[in-house]
Design a protein around this ligand. Structure first.
Ligand code: UT7
Length: 331
């Protein structure tokens, strides 16, 4: 006998309701960085745009930073926390396989019985989360979803490697995604290439710990740079096209804050008009992986450079290799 099962149905569209961020408390200048590695302020600024980065202080943890960012996002969204029935946390900095960080974030925020899980998509994690949240809201598997990106990369940095040590920053960013009568999150352009899993990676944790070492991040910067300035620049343009927007209709561009030179090459590919506000948050933050986009989004809204209702193109890319990008309306 073939019975018919019911399928869930959600809102016609979704949108972002609120955004919140939290940065590492400690400001680390290039001058201070150059007391740790053999480099110069001039080299770091020229090659990346980074002027200073933010590192977590001892009292800050992935959980504590997620809670600050999440609370802010919820307060600003105006959504009653009892309505939030999904929590997605994108992170590479949670040091337990289970339980997930998401369940602790949900409990810490007093959310009652939400679906909660972590996403392991490195620097693309926040945009993966946005897309999944959009799908959850539109299929009816959740009504409001908290999406968090959080990293404490300074605790996974190899300070003997001058090719990566100056890059990383620590922080958390969060958004609340919920139902909408008109489109507030455009189609995602995303993908992965596991054949390139060996260009950015962390040590296998057990092996490192058994050898008495801290597991750290490794990267073949040049290869990642070439991929980002060619393939990812193309995909960035595709995400704009997928939303049906011409370059003139875009207000804000918030790429993953990996390197200002990568951002520049994306801009050359897309021929964006001068009027588009470009996030350069990396200057003060360094590369905070899954956290970089929501943190940069909050900064542009707080400074008044961007405003609620603006169209913003976001794209994350990194270890996997993986990427995800979409156009959103800013909350
Ligand atoms: O967030 C996830 C995705 N990650 C990224 O998108 C990162 C992408 N990669 C990059 O942003 C760049 O590759 C880096 C910023 C990491 C490095 O910049 P680069 O222009 O690719 O430098 P390089 O590794 O090709 O090194 C160029 C030169 C080398 O010297 P020689 O061999 O040309 O004499 C390096 O030894 O710069 C030297 N170098 C440094 N010099 C001063 C490397 N690191 C440093 C340093 N200070 N910290």
């Amino acid at each position: 006998m073939s019975a018919t099962i019911k399928a869930s149905q959600g809102a016609p569209y979704s949108r972002i309701y609120g955004v919140g961020g939290e940065r590492g408390n400690r400001v680390v200048s290039n001058a201070e960085m150059c007391t740790i590695i053999d480099s110069s302020d001039e080299w770091i600024q020229q090659r990346t745009g980074i002027v200073e980065r933010r590192w977590a202080t001892e009292d800050q943890t992935p959980l504590s930073m997620s809670l600050v960012a999440g609370r802010k996002a919820i307060e600003r969204s105006g959504v009653d926390p009892s309505q939030i029935d999904g929590v997605l946390v994108a992170t590479g900095s949670h040091t337990q396989q289970f339980p997930s960080l998401a369940v602790s974030v949900a409990a810490g925020l007093g959310l009652k019985d939400p679906a909660a899980t972590d996403l392991s998509s490195a620097c693309a994690g926040f945009c993966y989360g946005l897309s999944l949240a959009d799908s959850m809201v539109r299929t009816g598997s959740a009504k409001y979803v908290l999406v968090v990106g959080v990293e404490i990369l300074s605790r996974q940095t190899d300070f003997t490697d001058r090719g990566t040590a100056f890059l990383f920053g620590d922080g958390a960013g969060a958004v609340v995604v919920g139902p909408s009568e008109s489109p507030g999150i455009g189609p995602v352009v995303w993908g992965s290439d596991g054949d390139a899993a060996d260009v950015i990676w962390t040590d296998e944790w057990n092996a490192a710990l058994e050898a008495g070492k801290k597991p750290v991040i490794h990267m073949e910067g040049n290869k990642v740079f070439r991929w980002a300035t060619t393939f990812i620049a193309e995909k960035t343009a595709e995400a704009l096209e997928a939303a049906g927007l011409a370059p003139e209709e875009l207000d804000v561009f918030i790429p993953h804050q990996a390197n200002n030179r990568i951002t520049d090459s994306m801009l050359r590919r897309m021929h964006l008009p001068e009027s588009v506000v470009i996030s350069r948050d990396i200057r003060q933050m360094g590369n905070s992986s899954a956290a970089s986009i929501p943190i940069a989004m909050e900064a542009l809204l707080e400074s008044g450079e961007a405003k609620s209702g603006d169209t913003a193109l976001v794209i994350g890319f990194g270890a996997g290799l993986v990427y995800a990008g979409q156009v959103v309306l800013l909350p």
